[in-house]
Design a protein around this ligand. Structure first.
Ligand SMILES: NC(=O)c1ccc[n+]([C@@H]2O[C@H](COP(=O)([O-])OP(=O)(O)OC[C@H]3O[C@@H](n4cnc5c(N)ncnc54)[C@H](OP(=O)(O)O)[C@@H]3O)[C@@H](O)[C@H]2O)c1
Length: 247
């Protein structure tokens, strides 16, 4: 059984921590838990190590090019490869009153949100793809949201959250273009919506748990070579298997 190295962004809490936990439970997996504060990453590492899982911890802020570059160098020096990247790090400024309407949404907030959710994803993904290309294997999973599906945007029941939705639309578009350029390289790049979950972002009223939300990430992170790429999936538990969402 060959060892697989997986990186999960924003994985000291919430959905990211649970994705790290479920991936580390896969045979042969070593998961690198990352957080903006190294102390948070170390705490998560301690928790998962106590559960007999094989994990390491590093600082990573996807909005800082220096942090991305230092992380990539550390990964190369310590592991020499990466097999799986889950782009989970995200922000949602829904708590600001202006975000309750597109008529009051602030351009500066929109740009900040895109910087984390879309450009942040692009920064770390561009940095790690060469490591995947070196050994001809990669599984990249974007944690998106059905709130970004343009077909549903005018008619769903979710909050308006214009900056969040638009940032995830950009994230989805980048993923499609990446998947297209990577076609035929055995690096598969898919996006999914985990559903509304109980986390700091989702709040206590959310109907689903992070345990449920993480399952589809693990499925997409462990796809066989002939599996789809460049697709957008709904959470599996809702349908008993992965089904495509409209973009
Ligand atoms: N909860 C839901 O209902 C729901 C639904 C659909 C999609 N999602 C998506 O699921 C993902 C995880 O969300 P969550 O619910 O688990 O929220 P959360 O508990 O707020 O976790 C967000 C994570 O992202 C990290 N993060 C934020 N900015 C970062 C940056 N610049 N660099 C690195 N990490 C950063 C946070 O770290 P800090 O603690 O340092 O801020 C935290 O670890 C997000 O992409 C979100 O959009 C969530």
């Amino acid at each position: 059984m060959s060892q697989k190295i997986a990186v999960v962004t924003g994985s000291h809490k919430g959905l990211g921590l649970e994705i790290a936990r479920q991936l580390a439970a896969q045979p042969g997996f070593v998961v690198i838990v990352t957080a903006r504060k190294i102390e948070s990453a170390e705490l998560a590492k301690q928790t998962l190590t106590e559960e007999q899982l094989t994990v390491d911890a590093q600082q990573l802020d996807v909005t800082h090019a220096d942090s991305v570059s230092q992380f990539t160098q550390w990964l190369e020096q310590n592991y020499g490869r990466v097999d799986v990247l889950v782009n989970n790090a995200g922000i949602n400024p829904y708590y600001s009153a202006e975000e309750s309407s597109i008529l009051t949404a602030q351009p500066a907030v929109l740009l900040d949100t895109i910087n984390t959710n879309a450009a942040g994803m692009l920064r770390i993904t561009q940095a790690l793809i060469p490591l995947m290309q070196r050994h001809g294997y990669g599984r990249i999973v974007n944690v998106s949201t059905e709130m970004a599906a343009l077909e549903l945007m005018g008619q769903d029941q979710y909050p308006i959250a214009p900056s969040y939705r638009a940032s995830k639309v950009v994230m989805n578009a980048l993923a499609v273009m990446m998947a297209r350029e990577l076609a035929g390289s055995n690096i598969l790049f898919n996006s999914y919506s985990p559903g509304w979950m109980k986390t700091d972002m989702g709040g206590a009223d959310a109907p689903f748990t992070v345990e449920e939300g993480a399952q589809t990430a693990v499925h997409l992170a462990t796809l066989d070579e002939d599996a789809p790429t460049g697709k957008f999936f709904a959470e599996m538990r809702k349908f008993g298997g992965p089904i495509s969402l409209p973009w």
